[in-house]
Design a protein around this ligand. Structure first.
Ligand code: 6R9
Length: 638
């Protein structure tokens, strides 16, 4: 039984009610009250939050400018730098001596950075970047594993007003090259290698390969991590530790005063067609949106040890490993390696050793750990945990229940947060005091107006599937696609142009209690182990092989990884499909794109189903692969 809007309501379906202690202990506002406030006056709602919780060099003239929609602007006219809030201001309080980052490497080495130490390192690297000619608005590509220097590099860019573009360390040559070229980055920050399951991922070697073909990079800074010999190009390549001991590394580097709407970073993500899109986020609104959502949803307190187990190279890491926790002055934990290395209890050992209080991860990781059974987590004292979280794809109820029972010991609510690279912050999510339904991300965050609608934009009946739409702007929203504003409008705002709604590209259901159940992507985006990939990228990697004339890929459901990729290839004349070629093509995709993009199977075909205008009908391939009815084929060409 819960009280909502002053009335007692019995929710339908499988419901988990939070224990009274959880509700009482939570330092968070009452959801219904704040949601009502936000609904009454959105600008006032965010304006009040922005005033009370953040420091601005100069105040804004307007909280929200919607005069040029969909190019919304937030905190217009304000001067700020997210680094001032994430580091500088903490130097004046006792937060200075608190651990900002507790880190453990895969081989078991450990480091702790207090806020003071992190600020010192960031300031020095910021001055190194300046000395290398990086200025406000310049792009810096960062291609690294999960090491503290990755966080330092991001923060150092932000401090001097440069725009970072982090490329996930699991990506490979072609993916890195494309992202460097598209962003016209001047400087690349990388590392010799990253540890993964006891092996070295040779990041510098991959970077060298990409740089043979990329013209814009003038300087490469390499962090020494794994220690093997790497090729350094004279006059272009420097070691991080060398630069940081030079006189150019000055600790008193000032933080650049930025406009609230100045770019903070770009992050490439996969879209419907073509090459990945550079999603642009800004200093002011992004800071307000990410820190507020983290504070309310995970109820972060000074004595917490927050572990967001995502990779910093994806948006989850940007928002909730790097920026929001630091802005809140929280202590975050980062682990470098694989969850099951060397044994399947590595994560649980870490929870115990560091007294992790909140764990935030992806369903695919939970399913992966679940496979090894309960005895591994049961060997460890997990009683420090008080909240759990999930992100990246819908969580299947079975994994939810296991996470809740085996890891959370039926004490810790699970925050299933729906959001995207584009939204920057949690959009549909419970707060710890809310009743939960396994598999549902529950209700929109206060101030977010979400609905599920049909083709015409009419709300669908309860439990019917429809388009998920967001009806109003929010502070951490993407501002544009960097370098391609038309595509920004086309991609996100054209489907329901008349209504002015944002289209996330997901389908969903809303149940009779208003709880939202996200079903999955309605476009050509595939989520493999929670990682977002585009069919077009994998297809172009396949076609870049000399034997392949044409390729189509689809995502099919997989128990462990959520989805896996299946590919269909038409070979060039003179080539025959074989097991050997299939293997070679998989390796090729791995080499070009990265291991996560490798198809599980490749079928050699003579033809692909296409519309008369030549678009591949992946829906038909998917239906066939799943043994389902292929549906309406009237648009099929042949
Ligand atoms: C944060 C992140 C975004 C897409 C999104 C949706 C899926 C993310 C989810 C979820 C169901 C959740 N997604 N969280 N689906 N429940 N809690 O994952 O960003 O990589 O841009 O992916 O991920 O399909 O549209 P991103």
């Amino acid at each position: 039984m819960v009280i909502r809007n002053g009335q007692q309501t019995q929710l339908k379906g499988e419901v988990f009610y939070p224990a009274p202690e959880v509700i009482e202990a939570a330092h968070i506002p009452d959801r219904d009250r704040v949601a009502a406030e936000a609904q009454q006056n959105l600008a006032e709602f965010w304006g009040k939050i922005a005033t009370e919780n953040f420091e601005w060099y100069e105040p804004w003239e307007r909280v929200l400018d919607d005069s040029n929609e969909p190019f919304y602007e937030w905190f217009v006219g304000a001067k700020v730098n997210i680094i001032h809030n994430a580091l500088d201001r903490h130097m004046r309080t006792e937060t200075r001596n608190r651990a900002a980052i507790i880190w453990e490497g895969e081989p078991g080495d450990r480091r702790v950075y207090t806020y003071q130490m992190l600020n010192h390192e960031v300031s020095k690297f910021a001055s190194v970047l300046r000395a290398l000619g990086v200025g406000k608005g310049d792009r810096v590509t960062i291609y690294m594993g999960r090491v503290p220097e990755l966080v330092v590099a991001m923060l150092a860019c932000a401090k001097i007003g440069a725009i970072h573009s982090v490329v996930y360390g699991g990506f490979s040559t072609e993916a890195l090259l494309q992202r460097i070229e598209d962003s016209h980055s001047k400087v690349l920050v990388t590392q010799d290698g990253a540890w993964l399951r006891g092996n070295i991922v040779e990041l510098k070697k991959i970077a060298n390969e990409a740089l043979e073909r990329a013209g814009t990079i003038q300087t490469v800074v390499t962090v020494k991590r794994t220690g093997q010999d790497v090729e350094m190009v004279h006059g272009r390549d420097y070691w991080y530790h060398d630069l940081m001991t030079q006189p150019i590394a000055v600790a008193s580097t000032p933080t650049e005063v930025m406009d609230a709407e100045d770019p903070l970073y770009i992050l490439y993500t996969s879209g419907t067609t073509g090459k990945p899109k550079a999603i642009l986020h800004t200093h002011g609104g992004y800071m307000v949106g990410t820190a507020t959502t983290l504070k309310w949803v995970f109820d972060i307190r000074p004595d917490d040890v927050w572990w967001c187990a995502a990779d910093p190279g994806w948006v989850t890491g940007h928002s909730y490993i790097v920026y929001a926790p630091l802005v809140l002055g929280a202590t975050g934990f980062i682990y470098e390696g694989a969850p099951t290395y060397p044994y399947p209890d590595r994560w649980w050992e870490l929870v115990e050793r560091y007294g992790i209080t909140i764990l935030y991860t992806a369903p695919t990781a939970i399913r992966g750990l679940m496979r090894f059974g309960e005895s591994w987590p049961n060997r460890h004292d997990l009683s420090s945990l008080r909240l759990l979280g999930s992100v990246g794809e819908p969580i299947n109820p079975e994994a939810w229940r296991w996470y809740y029972r085996v890891i959370g010991k039926e004490r810790t609510p699970i925050m299933d947060t729906w959001w995207q690279t584009e939204t920057g912050m949690f959009m549909i999510t419970p707060l710890p005091s809310m009743p939960l339904k396994p598999g549902s991300a529950t209700l929109p965050f206060p101030g977010i107006d979400v609905d599920v609608v049909d083709d015409e934009g009419k709300p669908v009946e309860p439990n019917e599937e429809g388009y998920l739409v967001i009806k109003n702007p929010w502070p951490a929203m993407l501002r544009t696609i960097y370098g391609d504003p038309d595509r920004y409008v086309q991609q996100y705002w054209s489907r329901f142009e008349e209504q002015g709604w944002y289209l996330p590209g997901d389908s969903a259901r809303k149940d009779e209690d208003g709880y939202i159940w996200v079903i999955g992507r309605i476009d050509d985006v595939i989520k493999v182990s929670g990682y977002r990939l585009g069919t077009a990228e994998v297809e172009s990697a396949l076609v870049s092989h000399p034997t392949v004339a044409e390729a189509a890929v689809i995502g099919v459901p997989d128990e462990l990884r959520g989805n896996v990729i299946r590919a269909y290839c038409i070979l060039r004349q003179g080539y025959e499909g074989s097991e050997k070629l299939e293997q070679e093509l998989k390796e090729h995709v791995g080499h070009e794109m990265g291991p996560i993009a490798k198809p599980v199977s490749i079928e050699f075909v003579r033809d692909l189903p296409k519309t008369r205008s030549g678009k591949i009908m992946r829906r038909v391939l998917r239906a066939r692969a799943l043994g389902q009815d292929v549906g309406d084929l009237t648009t099929l060409a042949d």
